[in-house]
Design a protein around this ligand. Structure first.
Ligand code: MN
Length: 202
């Protein structure tokens, strides 16, 4: 199986004015596409063609050590971006819905309490990486982060939502102001999708 760049379910300008069309297009057609192409090369070099991306990322230990880093980096980049695009939608934002809304209130005292913790994790992540809401290995909701393109599924988490805080995700529009990107991003969070993931994972 050769991995292909997944098409977005919305147009490049659909997340305006919160996430600008130019950044979305470059982020998807250049950055995500490069991870996809390099993943295919890394999989071929490691001799692990035919596995799903989930099997690859949850079984990195079985990849020979001298071939593992590019599989981890580009495989994570491929999977994380696909998950990120699906975390967002046009005409979205607002507050969490359904069972996820109840669980967030229980875990973080209030939706605002969750939002503050998630925003702080994203803003304070040092260098390139991602902030995540996951169900961790203990079955608990947790706000966490990963460096570079480490995927949470490689470390036993079931992710619910994510924001990309690599500079390529926001620098064209927001320059160095990562907190402004985070603030804008809340307006495009697809809470229906997040709740579906929560229902499936809990
Ligand atoms: Mn990215």
């Amino acid at each position: 199986m050769t991995f292909e760049l997944p098409a977005l379910s919305y147009s490049y300008d659909a997340l305006e004015p919160h996430y600008d069309a130019e950044t979305v297009e470059i982020h998807h057609s250049k950055h995500h596409n490069t991870y996809t192409e390099k993943l295919n090369a890394a999989v071929k070099a490691a001799g692990i063609e035919g596995k799903s991306i989930e099997d690859i990322l949850t079984g990195l230990d079985s990849v020979s050590e001298d071939k593992r880093a590019p599989v981890r980096n580009h495989g994570g980049g491929y999977w994380n971006h696909t998950f990120f695009w699906e975390t967002m939608a046009p005409n979205a934002g607002g507050e969490a819905k359904g069972a996820l809304a109840d669980a967030l209130k229980k875990k973080f005292s209030s939706f605002e309490g969750f939002k503050d913790q998630f925003s702080n994790k994203a803003a304070n992540h040092f260098g390139s990486g991602w902030a995540w809401l996951v169900i961790n290995g203990d079955g608990e909701l947790e706000v966490t982060d990963t460096h570079d393109q480490i995927s949470p599924i490689s470390i036993g988490h079931k992710p619910i939502m994510t924001i990309d805080v690599w500079e390529h995700a926001y620098y064209l529009k927001f320059r160095n102001a990562r907190p402004k990107w985070i603030e804008a991003w809340w307006n495009v969070v697809n809470w229906d999708k997040a709740n579906d993931r929560y229902e499936a994972a809990k």
